[in-house]
Design a protein around this ligand. Structure first.
Ligand SMILES: *Cc1c(COP(=O)(O)O)cnc(C)c1O
Length: 370
């Protein structure tokens, strides 16, 4: 069972379980599973294959990501959340059957140039207050009618994005929902508003389509709520081998900058993972990993390829697995130690870390891929 090197095991049964949590949380709504940025670092092709036929659509940020999924054989409806960035990307949407999000006048101009032979299902993005992408709520109805009538547009749904849904007390979400309601009043079009936080904390945001990202991967999208309490299961378990165990004398330093010293004679471990794999150099003192199921502190600075561990009170030998996050150690805790969010930890796992896919519901065979 122990693998030689650092690896990220991706549990596809947990992914599907989390999809069911989405379904249960937003009953009867359609699900657009977000697989942008290599499915939050989990491997977009394997994740898309596991979700295809279960989610109603998949979403990526950029047209190129959609093309790559099509070329890998993914046939599910695919939404491009940032829409086409130019004529080439718009052509790619037509050729590969991608659904562009239209958030800017320049994209509407591109669409006008398409002949009626093109037939695109599109999304019109409304900026209800986040002020990132989208058209102002005032005038959205008129714009919807105008764009719907373009020869290349087969259908036009409506979308907005929430800025503060992770805090269930933040008044901004209610304001955004009210603006969306007013902007879309009377338009015969499906709507999509909720990300993971909206799905779990804001039932009024469920609309016709929900867009879960983070919760599919088993991290908590809500401030102050842990993933297990939301019945979310970790999908990625990042682990590395213990590559050295040694005796350290009292007062001896560890690592670059000699920032930490042994308070007494003690055993020290070195694990073969570092910031070159995506383990954050920014972790605070006291950050922990799992060694043989026990929590132990990381000591000294994170190197590119290694971290040092305080092994006092733990039975451990070279070759034992060290879990950085995942099963037994929530990524949300590691994110807090690093002063960041689980999104950046997932997306930051680098290309040199092999993803290994596990699927208990299919007999548990392991496979490389994605
Ligand atoms: C990334 C993204 C999502 C998913 O957000 P999570 O917080 O990961 O659930 C939904 N909608 C849009 C427009 C996004 O960019």
């Amino acid at each position: 069972m122990p693998a030689a090197s650092v690896q990220a095991v991706i549990d596809l049964a947990a992914l599907r379980h989390n999809l069911e949590v989405v379904r249960r949380s937003a009953p009867g709504r359609r699900i657009m599973a977000v697989v942008k940025s290599q499915a939050y670092g989990h491997g977009e092709v394997a994740v898309a294959r596991a979700l295809e036929g279960r989610a109603d659509a998949l979403a990526v940020a950029r047209a190129g990501e959609g093309v790559a999924l099509r070329e890998a054989g993914i046939q599910a409806p695919l939404v491009v959340l940032e829409g086409p960035g130019g004529p080439d990307e718009l052509s790619a949407c037509v050729r590969f059957g991608l659904q562009p999000t239209l958030h800017h006048a320049s994209q509407i101009e591109l669409l006008r140039g398409l002949s009626g032979q093109a037939s695109l299902d599109c999304w019109l993005k409304c900026d209800t207050g986040m002020h990132r992408l989208g058209f102002a709520p005032e005038g959205l109805g008129g714009l919807w009618r105008e764009v719907s009538a373009l020869p290349a547009v087969a259908s036009l749904r409506l979308m907005t994005h929430l800025a503060c849904a992770d805090d269930p007390r933040d008044p901004m979400t209610g304001e955004q929902l009210a603006r969306m309601r007013a902007a879309c009043a009377g338009l015969p079009a499906e709507q999509s508003i909720a990300n993971s936080a909206g799905i779990l904390a804001w039932p009024d945001s469920h609309a016709d389509w929900v867009r879960p990202g983070l919760m599919l991967y088993g991290a908590s999208p809500l401030a102050g709520r842990d993933a297990a309490g939301l019945d979310l299961r970790p999908v990625m378990t990042l682990s590395a081998p213990l590559i050295a165990v040694k005796a350290l004398g009292a007062g001896e330093p560890v690592g670059y900058g000699a920032t930490w010293r042994a308070p007494e004679d003690m055993p020290l471990g070195v694990a073969g993972i570092g910031y070159g794999d995506g383990y954050p150099r920014e972790i605070a003192p006291g950050a922990q990993v799992l060694v043989n199921g026990m929590r132990v502190p990381v000591v000294g600075r994170v190197s590119m390829d290694m971290i040092a561990l305080d092994l006092r009170g733990v039975e451990a030998a070279v070759g034992d697995r060290v879990v950085l996050w995942g099963e037994g150690l929530p990524v949300d805790e590691v994110a807090a130690w690093a002063g960041t969010i689980p999104y950046t930890l997932f997306c930051g796992v680098t290309a040199r870390v092999p993803r290994r896919y596990r699927d208990e519901s299919r007999g548990g065979e392991d496979g490389q891929g994605g």
